[in-house]
Design a binder for this molecule. Structure first.
Ligand code: SAM
Length: 285
């Protein structure tokens, strides 16, 4: 049961990303007690509320009506109404609408508070098996290939684990570009988190890309990529390259080892060049 009438203001409420039972007690109470729930999609939130047995007034607040809707929401909160902001799933504002509404409330001295809970960012990161001490959330890479590759180049040097949202449909192409631009890093694809078919695939970026060559998976995915240098071409690959360089040119050694070790040709070539330059007589001939 909720605790009754809430103070006027904005309540940012995180909701489950797949498993309904991940709703928090506080979130359920607040959704029951607010005067109004602003949500991206009234049908989607309606289903959550039906499962919680909450009867509430819903209003749509999404990227297409936010400019028009925001002043009205602000006015209602100034009159003392309590409004919950929810997104379709997870934490509002995280690749979801709400940031400008929070600012507008703060500028108008309206109470803003948060009811933290599920987010695919944290769920994907903690299951990735990659370092969690520093991470950069990169949102959705652009869908156009050239823009996506530019975006990836822009984050390539960041010394932190990178977390990306992506649609399952674009996952294969995105992983292939990541392998090309971010290099031979370890990565994880976390799919259908908290749902029946939850899965985490781990491997080098190009291995992961090859794993989806036959087609994209179903469901929702988060891509998590190791920091640069954290898991670079590993010792074994360097050893293989050294062996191959004894009787092959740099180009041939790189191609042979890239195929064998499942790393990109470009990275194997770079490593092979570096190794060959350690001993000038072994350089490409
Ligand atoms: N605000 C939400 C949050 O905090 O989780 C994210 C909203 S964003 C529009 C939706 C993206 O989150 C999906 O495209 C996917 O990348 C990721 N996502 C959401 N739910 C997921 C799940 N159950 N498993 C994996 N990824 C998920």
């Amino acid at each position: 049961m909720g605790e009754g009438k809430l103070e006027g203001g904005l309540y940012i409420v995180a909701t489950p990303i797949g498993n309904l039972r991940d709703i928090t007690f506080r979130a359920a109470d607040t959704l029951r007690d607010v005067d109004l729930i602003a949500c991206e999609d009234t049908r989607m939130t309606g289903r959550l509320l039906a499962a919680l047995d909450v009867d509430a007034t819903l209003i749509a607040y999404h990227e297409h009506n936010a400019e028009r809707s925001r002043p009205r929401l602000i006015m209602r909160m100034q009159r003392g109404e309590s409004i919950a902001l929810v997104s379709d799933a997870g934490t509002p504002l995280i690749s979801d609408p709400g940031y400008k509404l929070v600012r507008a409330c703060q500028d108008a001295d309206i109470l803003v508070t948060v009811l933290p809970g599920p987010s695919a960012v944290m769920a994907g990161l903690v299951l990735s098996g990659l370092p969690t001490d520093r991470f950069q959330f990169c949102g959705f890479p652009p869908s156009r290939r050239s823009a996506r590759r530019r975006m990836l180049s822009g984050v390539a040097a960041i010394g932190a684990t990178l977390v990306f949202f992506e649609s399952a449909r674009r996952l294969p192409a995105c992983l292939a570009d990541m392998a090309d631009i971010l290099g031979p890093r370890e990565a994880s694809v976390a799919r259908e988190l908290t749902k029946l078919h939850e899965e985490v695939r781990r491997g080098a970026l190009d291995e992961l890309a090859r794993g989806y060559e036959d087609g994209p998976p179903k469901g929702e995915v988060v891509i998590i990529v190791a920091p640069p240098g954290e898991v670079a071409v590993d010792f074994d690959v360097d050893e293989w390259l050294r062996g191959a360089l004894e009787d092959m040119s740099v180009r041939d050694a790189a191609t042979a080892v890239a195929v064998e070790a499942g790393v990109s040709r470009r990275d194997a070539y770079r490593r092979a060049l570096a190794i060959a330059s350690e001993k000038p007589d072994d350089a490409d001939s």
